[in-house]
Write a protein that binds this ligand. Sequence first.
Ligand code: 4FV
Length: 219
Amino acid sequence: MRIDVITLFPGMFTGPLTESILQRAQDANLLEIYFHDLKEFGLGEYRQVDDRPYGGGVGMVHRVDTVVPAIEAVLEQGDAKNVHSIYLSARGDTLTQPKVESLAHDYDRLLLLCGHYEGVDQRIMEGGWIDEEISIGPYVLTGGELPAMVLIDAVSRHIPGVLGKDESSHEESYSQATDGKREYPHYTRPEEFRGLIVPNVLLSGHHAEIEKWRKNQLS
Ligand code: 4FV
């Protein structure tokens, strides 16, 4: 999968996307991530990317005539077949596991737009340059970068080959296997820790009983 990120702060992504599973996925070319600095599409000597909101009010808004050229420039790079463009915003539909799984399975390429300030000019959605707005939760952040990292992490887990054999995305919280419920609790050695013991059924080796216990633990 190819993911393009349009942001004013490409540096924010170093770290979360350059360690562990996500770095391994990029090394294995299962995942390609490209960052595009919105400042490069700024207007004038000061590369202006935002302006005061029409109708007044506090804060600034991303200008449509900086974001659209950025989106078009990104779509000119690489194979633009089957790209899905997402604006991470507090106004978006909240991200869910089924949405994560469909983004991973239905598209070869994602374009993520990260906003700051009060957000972006609505004509970017009205003009069809963005396919959908997604929120990671009902709270307001300083920018769309952290939500973009959350989405990239969640989606990448469903790219075939990204999770090793002992890292399964099969039986986990909110997945089909758990009927969208939270998964059962996990235990490992030691069997007893400061008086806290592992549920006996899990030590029984009785797989049917363990299966039944785990089903009852779904919440
Ligand atoms: C957000 C969220 C979010 C709103 C104004 C960035 C901020 C600023 N994005 N899920 N919650 N975005 O709060 O995705 O532009």
